[in-house]
Each structure stands twice: as structure tokens, then as C-alpha cells.
Write a protein of this length. Structure first.
Length: 414
């Protein structure tokens, strides 16, 4: 008789717990609360002991001063009395006058001793307060120094330097736990951004290669003089479609790369960048009868020259393409205002409602249309401009111009 196989054994349970193990005595953990309690409690205790000691010494000195003899008996037979501390005591006083003079002298010396004790105690308190504030400031700086280290690392990470780590050492308190959690988050973010960059690079290669092959094949067929007219027309249409797809791919890749902060920055003059953009669009503007004018004053910023040129080029191209034919104009100016470099591109054109302004910066959105569908571009120009401006720590704003057209204002930190 065949024996039934034994059921499979369950896999062994892991012998370690990936979660952070709790200490056996959590109340003994050197937390920030316990350390601050001990620190400031000890400071108050030491300050109180010092203040009591000083008051004790001052009081003892005041008592010694008050114990000096008030009078001296010069002649006991005739009861002649003199006093250096009490001028009111002199020879020839009656018993009642002598007692009154003694009481007044005692009260006077008590007031002098108390006033002297109060003034010296205030001076001692002021000195202790200054020492306590200085010591507390130094100790607070030492306790909060890990927070400064975390802040500096976070600021460096904000500049897209994801390789930075805090690596905080010291007691296992809340600040170290925060720093370790922040390091783990940066590790995951770095892996995610590295994977994204790798994907963008692979996608760039995979998308550009077939488009380049299609363009080459179409250009070869169009160069054949014996090709039929219908085939040449179809080839030109396909070539234009292929070129549009290449622009779309380039725009998407540039948009993906420009979402991060710029790590390597160099001095770039916006006037030079704007002038190059105007030169590139000059022929297209002449063909449409659009006049480009404006004064470009020097405005040097720290950034990437290629991306900044893309800002000016996209804005000027849009201003020329979305303009009125034969009588339109585009004004391009650069200047430094209130400590910031400013690039302003104004143009004539159709009337733009104010509620449509935000939609212009969305990818594949155009005025009064949900998707792109004309030959003026792929609908990524202003999206790329906004991403590049944000990557440089700047701001872009669009305002409808009275009479039609737009005023694009880009501000970048100098």
C-alpha cells in the first residue's frame, strides 16, 4: 500500500526582526527630555546654591558691621559716655534721652545694613544672571547643534545633492533617531532618482533611435528625383510628423531633467541669452511680419546657460508664433530690479482671458484647447520654462496685456 507523502513543512520563521528593537528599560534611555531636565535642573540648583552662599556671606558681613559697640563709657563715676557711631550720644544726657538715642542709632544701623545687603544681593543676582544666560546659551547651542547639522544637510539635499548624509553620532536620543530616519529617506530618494535618471536615459535612446532612422529613410526617398509626386507629398507629410515627434521627445526629456535643482552653476548674462534667442527667432519673425524690439541690460545670474537660453528661446518663439501677422511686435527686455534679474517678454496677439493663464503652463495645453493640435509647437514650451525657472530658484508670472497678447515676467536670483 502506497504511503501518502508528508505535508510540506512550513518555512522557518526569521530569527531577526527588521524593526527597531525596543530597549529593555525605555525609561533609562538618554532622551532629549531627560538630558534637558537634568541640565537645566542642575543649572538652577547650582545657581541657587551660589546665590544662597553669597547672601549668607553678605548677611554675615552686615551682622558683623552691626555688632560694633554703639558707645563707650569714659567715666563710670559720673556716667560720661562717648560714641563714634552715634553722634547723638554725648555727655550730659538724661536716662530717657540716652535710651532714645540708643534706639535711634540701632534703627539707623539696621537700615544701613539692610540697604547694603539688598544692593550687594542685587549685584550678585545680576552677575549670576549674566553667567547663567551665557552658560545656558552655550549649552543650548551644544544641545541643538545636531539640528543645525540636519538643517545644513537638508539644505544641501534641496540643491539636488542626494549623496549627502547626516551620519549623526552620539547618544541614542530623539535627534539621532530623526537623523537616522532622514538618512534612510535620503537613501530611498537617491535610489528613486537614480532609477528615474536611468529610465530617462534609456527612454531617450530608445525613442530617438527609431525616429532618427525614420527621418533618414524619408530623406533618402525624398531625394529620389524619379519618385512620384504623390509619394513625395506623402514623404513630406511623414517627415513633418516625424520632426514633430522628435520635438515632443526632446521636450519631454528636457521637462523631466529640468524638474530638479541645478547643481553646477556658472555666471550667465540674461542679456546675452536673450540676444541669442532673438537672433534665432529673427527669421521667423520677419516671415510673419513681427517686429522684435527691446533693450537688454546686463543681468548676471548663477545657473545653467543652456537651460536659461531655452527659457528665453521658448518665450520669444511663443511670442512670435502667437501674434498678429504683419502688424505685431515683441518686446524683450532684461534688467536687475530689487536685487533680482528680470526677463520680460511682451507681445501683441489675441486677447487672453485671465482665467486661462494657469492652463498655459500645463503640458499639452493651449489657449481654449485641451490638447495640442496645431503646427505651432508640441505644447510643452511654457511647461519647460516653468520647470527650468523653478530649478534655478526663480519665478515666472504671466499677465494678459491690454489690447491682446501676454506679458511674461521671469525673475531669477542674482
Amino acid at each position: 500500500m502506497a504511503t501518502t507523502p508528508a505535508p510540506p513543512q512550513a518555512p522557518p520563521k526569521p530569527t531577526w526582526d527588521p524593526r527597531r528593537s525596543e530597549p529593555q528599560f525605555p525609561w533609562l534611555r538618554p532622551t532629549i527630555r531627560i538630558r534637558l531636565t537634568l541640565l537645566y535642573g542642575g543649572m538652577f540648583l547650582i545657581a541657587g546654591i551660589l546665590l544662597l552662599s553669597i547672601i549668607y556671606l553678605l548677611a554675615a558681613q552686615a551682622i558683623n558691621t552691626g555688632n560694633e559697640p554703639l558707645f563707650k563709657i569714659v567715666d563710670g563715676r559720673e556716667l560720661q559716655v562717648t560714641s563714634d557711631n552715634c553722634p547723638a550720644i554725648k555727655a550730659g544726657l538724661t536716662i530717657s534721652q540716652f535710651n532714645d538715642a540708643i534706639s535711634a542709632c540701632i534703627d539707623s544701623q539696621r537700615r544701613v545694613a539692610l540697604d547694603d545687603l539688598l544692593s550687594r544681593s542685587l549685584l550678585a543676582l545680576l552677575g549670576l544672571a549674566i553667567i547663567a544666560f551665557a552658560f545656558g546659551y552655550a549649552m543650548a547651542g551644544r544641545v541643538l547643534s545636531p539640528l543645525g547639522r540636519i538643517t545644513r544637510t537638508a539644505r544641501a539635499v534641496a540643491g539636488s545633492d542626494l549623496s549627502r548624509r547626516i551620519e549623526l553620532d552620539g547618544p541614542d536620543d530623539e535627534l539621532k533617531e530623526l537623523a537616522d530616519t532622514f538618512d534612510e529617506m535620503l537613501e530611498r530618494l537617491q535610489r528613486a532618482f537614480t532609477a528615474q535618471q536611468r529610465f530617462v536615459g534609456n527612454a531617450s535612446h530608445e525613442l530617438r533611435t527609431p525616429l532618427a532612422i525614420n527621418r533618414t529613410l524619408l530623406e533618402v526617398h525624398l531625394s529620389d528625383p524619379n519618385a512620384p509626386v504623390e509619394l513625395q507629398q506623402l514623404g513630406k507629410t511623414l517627415l513633418a510628423t516625424n520632426e514633430r515627434s522628435e520635438q515632443l521627445v526632446e521636450g519631454l526629456l528636457l521637462l523631466a531633467r529640468s524638474d530638479n535643482q541645478i547643481v553646477e552653476r556658472k555666471p550667465v548674462d540674461l542679456a546675452e541669452v536673450a540676444g541669442q534667442a532673438v537672433d534665432q527667432v529673427h527669421a521667423e519673425a520677419e516671415a510673419k511680419g513681427v517686429v522684435i524690439r527691446g533693450e537688454q541690460k546686463p543681468a548676471v545670474v548663477q545657473g545653467n546657460g543652456v537651460l536659461l537660453e531655452r527659457i528665453a528661446l521658448n518665450l520669444v518663439q511663443n511670442a512670435v508664433r502667437y501674434n498678429v501677422p504683419d502688424s505685431g511686435w515683441v518686446e524683450v527686455t532684461t534688467d536687475v530690479q530689487h536685487g533680482q534679474a528680470v526677463l520680460v517678454v511682451s507681445n501683441t496677439g489675441p486677447v487672453v482671458p485671465a482665467y486661462e493663464i494657469d492652463n498655459l503652463f500645463e503640458p499639452f495645453r493651449r489657449l481654449r484647447t485641451e490638447r495640442t493640435g496645431s503646427d505651432k509647437g508640441v505644447g510643452l514650451g511654457l511647461s519647460i520654462v516653468r520647470s527650468v525657472v523653478r530649478a534655478h530658484g526663480g519665478h515666472i508670472a504671466a499677465q494678459p496685456r491690454e489690447g491682446g497678447g501676454l506679458v511674461m515676467r521671469v525673475t531669477l536670483p542674482v
